[in-house]
Design a protein around this ligand. Structure first.
Ligand code: CTP
Length: 407
């Protein structure tokens, strides 16, 4: 499940031109199912109206004057005590200094002092302020206390100067929030290795053999594993996709490179989710120079690549790692028979059979029609689902399988 769903998040907004991005963040958090309470400092409210936040969150956006109304003396305690996370984005050098030294002179810093939940800050500051020793020392204090610091990024400031200090994009902050809220989930302390994308087998310096895999199912699996609190390694062939926050990417190109990295990463892993479309054949040799047109026809000799699951399975038989191996079977005919054959041939704990003959399933679309097959003969047919939902369903079964194995 999306770990942001039903969480109570306080979003502090301090005075920076990056305030406009905070409205987008508030909107994204609300759409992800969070209850978002916004607190604007006085200078924050100069850059952006509370009404903007109220409109996207559907909740009152607090401002400085709320500290002094008839409920004011308890507002900050109430907000701080019930929150799952306090995010301040953008946070100025001034507010960072106050947080570091326990100064509580406005509704936001009072709430921060009263809050029992984790603190995440996304700094935004112009023209070299971020690298000033005062700002760096204050950040180091907050870091030591466990605050999560997101960004800032390099780029062009409002002043026209260029440097380090632009607030991270809302999508990046959202990913970090998702990761932090997933900590302690059912896969906490577990290492999950995911492969994704279609391998590329080079023919010459400009050409390669590949397939239609987009990598979407693998990236969705990596996100689902992060959402359950796992340590996630994503071994990906080239894919035009955003890495889920909290997953570590190891880029590879060929089947041979993928084999080497998978063997290395699964030596102590709990789960291998083998979603990559690995080439079964590669050019027998790779030309050093670009192959010229020459004749009217060209015949390419191909040789077999290693079967990664088979190789990992051999090691698993000796060492017990990875504890679970999950394969994927993309089939255009005899779906269940072919998948069952691969399940047993590759000694998997689970295989996800994917009918790619349907227009709404398989490559380059966001949905899949999947049947899960298990060694005892059990089958679980999933409805037409998004690749994210398929991933969550597969990870749920993995949690059960790991629990059944014990240890
Ligand atoms: N796989 C692998 N190494 C390969 C080829 C496939 O580890 N060289 C994995 C895939 O990542 C997938 C599973 O094996 O999880 C099944 O892949 P698939 O391409 O459906 O099957 P193949 O074993 O390649 O058999 P075939 O191409 O004959 O259908």
């Amino acid at each position: 499940m999306n770990p942001i769903q039903d969480k109570r998040i306080i979003l502090g907004v301090t005075g920076s031109i990056a305030c406009y991005k905070a409205a987008d963040l508030a909107s994204k958090l609300t759409q992800a199912g969070a209850q978002v309470d916004v607190i604007l400092t006085e200078s924050g409210a100069r850059f952006i109206q509370p009404l903007t936040f109220q409109s996207v969150t559907g909740r009152k956006a607090y401002q400085e004057k709320d500290l002094w109304d008839d409920q004011g003396h308890v507002t900050h305690i109430g907000l701080g005590h019930h929150a799952d996370l306090l995010v301040i984005a953008p946070v100025t050098a001034n507010t960072i200094a106050k947080l570091a030294h326990g100064i509580a002179d406005n509704l936001l810093t009072l709430t921060a002092l009263a809050a029992a939940c984790p603190l995440m800050i996304a700094p935004a500051m112009d023209g070299g302020m971020f690298t000033h020793p005062a700002a760096q020392d204050n950040l180091a204090i907050l870091h030591r206390r466990g605050a999560i610091v997101v960004g800032p990024e390099e780029g062009r400031f409002a002043s026209g100067m260029v440097g380090l200090g632009r607030m991270s994009e809302p999508q990046t902050i959202l990913g970090e929030i998702r990761r932090v809220l997933a900590e302690g989930g059912p896969l906490a302390g577990r290492k999950v290795v995911v492969t994704a994308g279609g391998t590329q087998e080079p023919l010459d310096p400009v050409r390669y053999l590949t397939n239609r895999s987009s990598g979407r199912q693998g990236y969705a699996l990596a996100q689902a594993a992060v959402d359950l609190g796992a340590q996630v390694i994503l071994i990906s062939a080239p894919a035009a996709l955003t890495l889920p926050a909290g997953a570590d990417l190891i880029p590879v190109r060929t089947a041979a490179e993928m084999l080497e990295v998978v063997l290395d990463q699964t030596a102590k892993a709990d789960i291998l989710l083998m979603a990559a479309a690995v080439a079964d054949f590669k050019p027998a040799s790779t030309a050093n120079q670009k192959i010229k047109k020459g004749e009217d026809a060209l015949t390419l000799p191909l040789t077999r690549t290693a079967d990664i699951l088979l190789q990992v399975g051999k090691r698993k038989a000796q060492t017990g790692f990875p504890r679970l191996m999950v394969g994927f079977a993309a089939e255009s005919e005899n779906l269940l028979a072919n998948a069952a054959q691969k399940l047993s041939a590759k000694h998997l704990e689970l295989i996800a059979a994917n009918d790619i003959s349907a227009a709404d399933a398989g490559f380059e679309v966001d949905t899949n029609r999947i049947t899960l097959l298990f060694p005892g003969g059990e089958q679980q047919q999933l409805d037409l689902m998004s690749k994210a939902e398929v991933s969550a369903a597969i990870l749920d079964r993995c949690v059960e399988l790991l629990a059944a194995k014990g240890g």
